[in-house]
Design a protein around this ligand. Structure first.
Ligand code: PLP
Length: 368
């Protein structure tokens, strides 16, 4: 059979693997592969969804009600808030707005798996700076911000800083971030990706919104999401706080009307129920502590997670060990040759994760 003639695709896009989601879990499995919130939606949020715009109508393209709410919360103007269908959409918008062919975008690696693809789509060149590797568990898996600042050239247009870092878990401190921003040219965009901010308990961690870093440094945009702590991953809504002109550029590259009315309503209802949601976050933080302590006790070199997941440095045995988890009905996120990220999930999942981890740790002793 002859192959049909297909439309020509940009070669770098043709070579790019489509986004692969963490495996869907069977009915009895724990899905610990996508850093989702394990709790059921709050009844008040589900109820609020009944009051959304009829689905034959388009949503409010500017998501004005949610933006007003966030603007009041953070004491900023309406135009200093941007809302999109997930914070990943804002990452795409900002990188596309700032960087193109011949430009460079710097980020730490390993980090959020969407970064390489979104830089490639923009046409810019990715500059990946390895995370710190250390026997000291307080240091390993952290951003090497000095090396990131050293990598800035006249072609650098954007830098992404992920804190806490997905998938390793450690934070960037306020002092480190401030020193870093002061080394970066003021006309270079810095995206502070704080998707997991609500799970942070470490002293001295940077808090882009609490410290209002975007005010002191107009080249810094802070990203947050309703997907993790607020449990709205399925509705797709995230936001950015930053200088109005920078956010105008993101708005200009955005696909219009992609924040649905349901997402906007649920986000507002979640802000109304914040106290209740943050209690759930505290439960996840406690489970995280249990997991990290027990895994380290088993001999795993788990970095200091300040997020809703933990990182197992499984190296060359990653695929095999992910298979052992799968056989035990635990779906984790393996990164071949590197390690396994396990989300902090249901109460019952904690003991199961620890049992499997114990069963595979012995042959790893002595490896990194
Ligand atoms: C570091 C980081 N940033 C951004 C996102 C995107 O989240 P969302 O698009 O659901 O807001 C994720 C999701 O996993 C993430 O891990």
């Amino acid at each position: 059979m002859t192959e049909p003639i297909l439309p020509r695709i940009r070669p770098e896009i043709a070579a790019l693997a489509p986004y692969r989601q963490g495996k869907q879990a069977g009915p009895d499995a724990f899905k610990l592969s996508s850093n989702e919130n394990p709790f059921d939606p709050l009844p008040s949020v589900t109820k609020a969804l009944e009051g959304t715009t009829p689905i034959n109508r388009y949503p409010d393209a500017s998501a004005a009600r949610l933006r007003e709410r966030l603007a009041a919360r953070y004491g900023v103007g309406l135009d200093e808030v941007h809302v999109a269908s997930g914070s990943v959409a804002i990452l795409y918008q900002l990188v596309q707005a700032a960087a193109s062919v011949g430009d460079e975008v710097i980020y730490a690696w390993r980090s959020f798996e969407a970064y390489p693809g979104l830089v490639l789509v923009s046409g810019a060149t990715a500059v990946q700076i390895p995370l710190i590797e250390s026997d000291d568990l307080a240091l390993t898996g952290r951003h090497d911000l000095d090396a990131m600042a050293d990598a800035v050239t006249s072609r650098t247009r954007a830098i992404i800083v992920c804190t806490p870092n997905n998938p390793t878990g450690p934070i960037v401190t306020s002092a480190e971030f401030e020193a870093f921003v002061n080394r970066v040219p003021a006309d270079c965009l810095i995206i502070l990706d704080e998707a997991y901010a609500e799970f942070v308990r470490a002293q001295g961690a940077v808090d882009g919104l609490g410290e209002r870093v975007f005010e002191k440094h107009p080249n810094v945009v802070v990203l947050r999401t309703f997907s993790k702590a607020y449990g709205l991953a399925g509705l797709r809504v995230g936001y950015a706080i930053g200088h109005a002109k920078v956010l105008d550029a993101a708005r200009a590259t955005a696909v219009p009307l992609s924040v649905t009315s349901a997402a906007e309503v649920a986000a507002i209802a979640s802000l109304d129920a914040e106290g209740e949601l943050l209690k759930r976050v505290a439960v996840i933080v406690e489970r995280r502590g249990t997991l990290v302590e027990a895994l380290r006790g088993q001999g795993w070199a788990v970095p200091d997670s300040q997020s809703n997941f933990v990182w197992l440095p499984t190296g060359e045995r990653t695929d095999e060990i992910a298979g052992v988890f799968r056989d035990a009905d635990i779906v984790v996120r393996p990164f071949s040759g590197d390690g396994i990220r396990i989300s902090v999930g249901e109460h019952e999942s904690v003991e199961k994760v620890l049992q499997v981890a114990q069963s595979v740790v012995a042959p790893l002793q002595g490896q990194k």
